[in-house]
Design a protein around this ligand. Structure first.
Ligand SMILES: NC(=O)c1ccc[n+]([C@@H]2O[C@H](COP(=O)([O-])OP(=O)(O)OC[C@H]3O[C@@H](n4cnc5c(N)ncnc54)[C@H](OP(=O)(O)O)[C@@H]3O)[C@@H](O)[C@H]2O)c1
Length: 260
């Protein structure tokens, strides 16, 4: 069990504990001896309706929000992330939670970025809702993950083609994002600042090129069609970090070699 050094014992609730990121956050927390409460609908708690949330947060000191809704609809994304953030804040306040760590997407809050993607508008609304709440919040802003290129490959299919936007960012492996989130979650309570903790990968890469390389590496038959987006923030550098950033070490090609 992890303690803060002041005799306080930590229990961390991970919302979205079965997801790509959440499952790894749970694993890293457990490796560090922290008590974890896993939260997802599959595990009996619906953060959107609030059902089971009070019981899940009983005795919890820190909440890590790794929730996600797969949608391109601006309205659905904004509704989901606003509702879940408000429900978490209210339940966290009732339970005496001392800090919430919200995982967000690097620069998603910038209007020139989220006007191109409804989902990113949802993340901007989530950040706003959390920042307006009564519980201290640490925002962890991650660049896109290498694993996102795989998701995009399976999303916009046209026959044997997969359309993937030529988004330029500094992607990283989700596991390195998870380890960074855990470091932030275990920081002493009084070190919460209003600044984001930002993590990005070691190189600027194009998502469509990563998708093509993944498909080739897997021996897949699908051809990926790069959709140029040079005049939007997605393609013109709007997704790149601007200030202080922690750089995750693993390069894409090394990550790819390590996957099956
Ligand atoms: N993909 C990227 O490149 C990237 C980059 C930076 C940040 N992020 C952020 O990272 C976060 C996690 O993404 P992910 O890809 O790991 O998500 P994911 O794999 O789709 O997992 C989502 C998790 O949320 C849970 N969930 C969904 N609706 C819920 C509800 N109403 N109540 C309780 N649990 C619910 C799911 O479990 P159930 O379905 O069982 O409920 C699941 O455990 C997202 O906020 C995303 O914006 C992603």
């Amino acid at each position: 069990m992890e303690s803060t050094g002041e005799g306080e014992r930590r229990t961390v609730a991970v919302l979205g504990a079965t997801g790509q990121l959440g499952a790894r956050v749970v694993m890293h927390l457990r490796e560090r001896g922290v008590d974890v409460v896993e939260v997802s609908r599959g595990q009996g708690t619906d953060v959107c309706s609030g059902e089971g949330l009070d019981a899940a947060l009983e005795g919890v000191s820190t909440v890590v929000d790794c929730l996600h809704l797969a949608t391109l609809s601006r309205k659905r994304a904004v509704d989901f992330f606003t509702t879940t953030a408000r429900n978490v804040l209210a339940a966290a306040q009732r339970a005496g939670v001392s800090r919430i760590v919200c995982v967000t997407i690097l620069n998603a809050r910038e209007p020139e970025v989220h006007r191109w993607l409804g989902y990113y508008a949802g993340k901007a609304a989530q950040e706003q809702a959390y920042r307006a709440g009564p519980v201290p919040v640490t925002m962890v802003a991650s660049a896109q993950w290498y694993e996102l290129a795989e998701t995009l490959l399976s999303q916009m299919r046209i026959g044997p083609l997969s359309a993937v936007p030529g988004m330029r960012s500094r992607p990283l492996a989700v596991d390195e994002a998870a380890a960074f989130v855990v470091d932030r979650a275990l920081e002493p309570g009084d070190s919460a600042t209003s600044a984001d903790a930002v993590i990005a990968g070691p190189e600027v890469r194009d998502m469509a090129e990563l998708a093509r390389a993944i498909e080739e590496h897997r021996g897949g038959y699908r051809k990926s069609l790069r959709i140029p987006v040079p005049f939007s923030a997605l393609g013109n550098g709007g997704l790149l970090p601007r200030g202080d950033v922690t750089t995750a070490p693993t390069r894409f090609e090394d990550w790819l070699r390590g996957t099956s």
